[in-house]
Design a binder for this molecule. Structure first.
Ligand code: UDP
Ligand code: MG
Length: 324
């Protein structure tokens, strides 16, 4: 018997793309049902992440038109990752498998077919991986590459060129939802769940319409969050760095004693100034990083909810498809 699929799509101010996205997803879902790959009670679930435009009223309209659409409305904007979680937590009650993707059609929806095949082959996690980054700007390509390199250097097990386009089985999702941390960086956490997993390649396109909700500032914050929530290595590196500097200064002390007894007193104003500035900078940086971790611990101890769901629209009718 075919299984129930929920496609979860976080939406933040996506009124420009929603009509096209919903149309294409509907076609996709219907074709999958017709091929008996998924059950009739499968759904396309939009999560409205506190949009300020017409996104939520458009989602409500879609749900009224066709029961294949479902909507989750968050009480306010909580960010992409939390919107995904809210959608998955709602969908997992009904779905056998959940696909998450962006609203802007950058993720090629035709890859869903192969993800589902991989699921039936026994995979609990199927990562969508970009086959190329041709459409990205040089800058985005470069920084993304640097980010993945840095992550693997820091010991975080993340899948190269995989964003948040993936399929999770029900049990993988249930286990993911047990990771109770407030700072959740999904692409770092998902590999921790384990189970059998595979990747599916897809061509990442350009945003269909509207603007990116990840401007540079937000992207840097996101990368920083990712690093500090997955790895404590930066703190260790600071400790080692501090130790090295201590050793070097011990050497310098010995050298200056030797110089003193040999009568070589060097004026050395510039070198002192430079070392003060460099060390000062390093110290502030180090304190900053340690502060980052302390701040994270502080937030985690509060155990605040990651999102608040204001309303859910979910019709329990099976979708009606003309099977002729
Ligand atoms: N998004 C969200 N909440 C936010 C920011 C973004 O739900 O606060 C959604 C957005 O609607 C989209 C997805 O996250 O479906 C990815 O955002 P976007 O396409 O703007 O990012 P980019 O592809 O430019 O990195
Ligand atoms: Mg996008």
């Amino acid at each position: 018997m075919s299984k129930t699929l929920y496609i979860v799509i976080p939406c933040y101010n996506e009124q420009e793309v929603l009509p096209e996205t919903s149309k294409r997803l509907l076609e996709k879902l219907q074709s999958l049902v017709l091929k008996n790959k998924i059950a009739d009670n499968s759904r396309i679930m939009f999560v409205n992440d506190g949009s300020k435009d017409q996104t939520w009223s458009m989602i409500k309209g879609l749900c009224e038109e066709n029961s294949v659409f479902a909507g989750v409305n968050l009480s306010r904007n909580r960010g992409h990752q939390n919107a995904l979680l809210a959608g998955m937590a709602t969908a997992v009650k009904y779905a056998d498998m959940i696909v998450t993707m962006d609203a802007d059609l950058q993720d090629d929806i035709n890859a869903v077919d192969r993800m589902i095949d991989a699921y039936y082959e026994g995979n609990d996690v199927v990562y969508g991986v970009r086959s190329s980054r041709k459409k990205d700007t040089c800058f985005k390509r470069g920084t993304a590459h640097l980010f993945y390199k840095l992550m693997s250097f820091l010991g975080a097990d993340i899948v190269y060129d995989h964003a948040d386009y993936r399929l999770l089985s029900r049990r993988a999702t249930e286990n993911l939802l047990n990771f109770d941390e407030v700072n959740l960086f999904l692409r770092g956490i998902v590999p921790m769940i384990g189970f059998q997993s595979t990747t599916v390649e897809y061509e990442r396109g350009e945003r269909f319409a509207g603007e990116s909700k990840y401007p540079l500032g937000k992207m840097i914050t996101f990368a920083f969050e990712g690093i500090t929530s997955l790895s404590v290595k930066p703190i260790r590196m600071i400790t080692i760095g501090g130790l090295l500097i201590c050793l070097i200064s011990l050497g310098m002390l010995i050298k200056s004693f030797v110089d003193y007894f040999n009568g070589n007193v060097v004026p050395g104003w510039a070198s002192i100034m430079v070392s003060i500035w460099v060390l000062g900078g390093l110290q502030i940086f180090a304190i900053g990083i340690i502060g980052e971790y302390i701040g994270k611990t502080y937030l985690e101890t509060k155990k605040r909810p990651k999102y608040i769901i204001e309303s859910v629209i979910l019709d329990d009718k099976d979708i009606s498809i003309d099977r002729n």
